[in-house]
Every structure is written in C-alpha cells, then in structure tokens.
Design a protein around this ligand. Structure first.
Ligand code: PBG
Length: 339
C-alpha cells in the first residue's frame, strides 16, 4: 500500500516525478519567498577599535578597512553607523598605559568608557556592547592576572568584575567577557548587581577556541602575549562537548546571550547550541576569517559581495541570531543597494 507508506513519511519527502524540488527555484521571486534564513542588518554587530590620543583613524595593515579611532571621532562614526542602518557595536580599547594587572582596563576615564559615553550621546539608539578582557592592557598580554608565570583564575575574575563595572557605569548596554576564566560570568554578574547595574546584560564569549584566526585583531589591539599562548584558558578546538559544557556553565552563571567563536570553525557548535539553549546566540566572525576573505578578494579568487553573503548566511543557518562581523557596514551598504 504505497499511500500508507507515503502518509508516514515527513512532508516534502515524496519522490520524483511528482516531487520536483526545482519548482520553487524557478524565479528570484519564488526563491526569496521560500528562503529560510537571511542576514538582516539588525542582526549584525560592528566591532570598533578605539585608541587614546587624537588624529585621523589609524589603519591596521592586517585588518584592511578597519581602523583604530580616536575618541574624538566616535560621535561622527556613531551617526554614520546609525544612518547606515546598523543597530549595534562591540567596543575594544587600546590601552593608554599597560601594567601587570591591566589597571587601565577598569579606569573610569579609560578609552572604552569615554567611547561608550560618546556613542550614547551621539546615537542613543545604538546598542553598545563592550569587550571585557585584560589582554590589551597587560604588559604580558595575557587575558588575566599572571602570578609565577601562570594566569591565575579567581584574581582575574575579580579584575574582570571591576572592568565590567567601569563599562556599565559609562552606560554600556551589555558587557562581553572574553577572557575564558572559570566563573567570570558569575563574578561579573555579582559585581554589576552590587554596583546597582542589574540591568546591564552579559554577552558571554562562552565557547572560544584558542585559534590561529585572531592575529589581525591582536595587531589592532597590541595584545599578542609576550610569552606562551592562550591555550591554558581558551578552549582546545578538538572539543565540542567541552564547548557545550562551557555554554551550560555560563547559562547557569547568569549570561544573557551566548557567543561562539571563531564562527566558521564552530558551525557544528552553533547548530548544537541552537537546539540546546534558549538564549540568543551570537557568532563572532573573527579578524582572521575577515582578513582571509579580503585577501582572496584582493587576489581575484572570489567576488566580495556573494562570498561574504554566502559566508554570513551559513553562520545564520547554523543557528546564530547575531553575528559580530567586520563586514557589517558592507552588508548594510549592499542591502541598501538591493539584490
Ligand atoms: C580578547 C579578544 C580577542 C578577540 C576578541 N576578544 C583576542 C584573543 O583572544 O586573543 C578576537 C577577535 C578577532 O580576532 O576578531 N581576549
């Protein structure tokens, strides 16, 4: 009884010739009508590097098109981003001074708090998130406090709490801890609440692999470690269950959003996290992934717009609600230009 067998099949799984999947691919209108995902501009988060001092935006050779801005340039930039249709930024600061504990990271007059205030004044509607880490502010370039040559966990969490409070005080909507210390989300939540910032959200870099794709970012930030590497705190890229465990922990510690990075090497994790967690999920398409595509475009190997759209759509399809990407302004421009 073929009818009965068909009835038990999930819909859409009949056979040709009755089923012809090409029917819905016959025109752009039909294809758009049934498209399952897309890269909406509202889902994109634009990373912004802010540096001390004045002067024009400083190019970073390994990160083409993404300069370091002086705080004085922030109001103009904020208004431009808003007029381009972008909805959110993730701020990174270049240190004024470095020391062993990364003191400048939690200074209330540091570049990030100054930039947050400037963003909020110039474009109050933009969502402002700030990266919470120590690596750009420490002389050794590690993401936490170093004692006897090792990155110590709990003292680092304490410092990250202070950094988060300084950012919240300046008006950040969301703080984004990226140091991969155990318990950092809980510690930051407690520090924010104690300082009266129970409304400030935490976007946790929950699953962050020790990766070869952070190089251009470290050039922009001046945050390459002076000894060793980050593998005693960032995750081993061979592990997926551990990544889910990291996310589980951060949910229980009070994270409001979870982030996975790098994006393209974590598509499996995004898909699994989408099934498992109810919180909004972000993916960070990191500096090396961006620079790699830019280099391929410059070499004439791929065409920029279709290659970027395909890449970011795959990240969405895997399960990301939000994508942090250096291509955010390009996508906004293309979407204004039309298909
Ligand atoms: C800080 C931090 C890093 C990135 C985001 N936050 C660098 C690192 O861990 O070395 C990388 C982002 C990118 O490559 O675009 N800990």
């Amino acid at each position: 009884m073929p009818e009965r067998r068909n009835a038990r099949r999930p819909s859409g799984s009949g056979t040709a010739p009755a089923v012809r999947l090409r029917r819905l691919r016959r025109s752009a209108g039909l294809r758009d009508w049934v498209a399952e995902t897309g890269v909406e501009v509202r889902r994109l988060v634009y990373p912004v590097f802010v540096r001390p001092g004045s002067g024009p935006p400083e190019p970073v050779p390994s990160l083409p098109g993404i300069p370091r801005y002086a705080v004085a340039d922030v109001p103009g930039l904020a208004r431009e981003l808003e007029s381009e249709g972008l909805r959110s930024v993730l701020l990174f600061g270049v240190a004024r001074t470095k020391d062993a504990e990364g003191t400048d990271a939690s200074a209330h007059d540091g570049v990030v708090p100054e930039a947050v205030r400037a963003f909020k004044r110039a474009a109050p509607g933009l969502v402002v998130a700030t990266d919470v880490c120590l690596c750009a502010y420490t002389t050794h370039g590690h993401c936490g406090v170093v004692r006897d040559g090792a990155v110590v966990n709990d003292a680092s969490c304490e410092r990250l709490g202070e950094v988060a409070v300084a950012h919240a005080e300046s008006g950040a909507d969301v703080v984004a801890p990226s140091a991969m210390m155990d318990g950092q989300v809980a510690r930051i939540r407690a520090a924010l609440d104690a300082a009266g910032h129970e409304g400030t959200g935490i976007l946790s870099y929950a699953s962050k692999h020790a990766s070869a794709f952070y190089g251009p970012f470290r050039d922009a930030e001046g945050s390459t470690p002076s000894f060793g590497d980050r593998r005693s705190y960032q995750m081993d890229f061979r592990n997926a269950r551990e990544a889910l465990n990291e996310m589980d922990q951060d949910v229980r510690e009070g994270a409001d959003l979870l982030m996975v990075k790098p994006a393209l090497t974590s598509l499996d994790l995004l898909a699994r996290a989408r099934e498992r967690f109810l919180l909004p999920l972000a993916a960070y398409h990191v500096s090396g992934e961006y620079a790699m595509l830019k280099a391929a475009v410059a070499a004439g190997v791929v065409e920029e717009r279709p290659a970027v759209e395909e890449t970011l759509t795959a990240i969405r399809r895997a399960g990301a609600d939000l994508i942090v990407t250096y291509f955010a302004r390009d996508v906004a421009r293309w979407s204004a230009e039309g298909p």
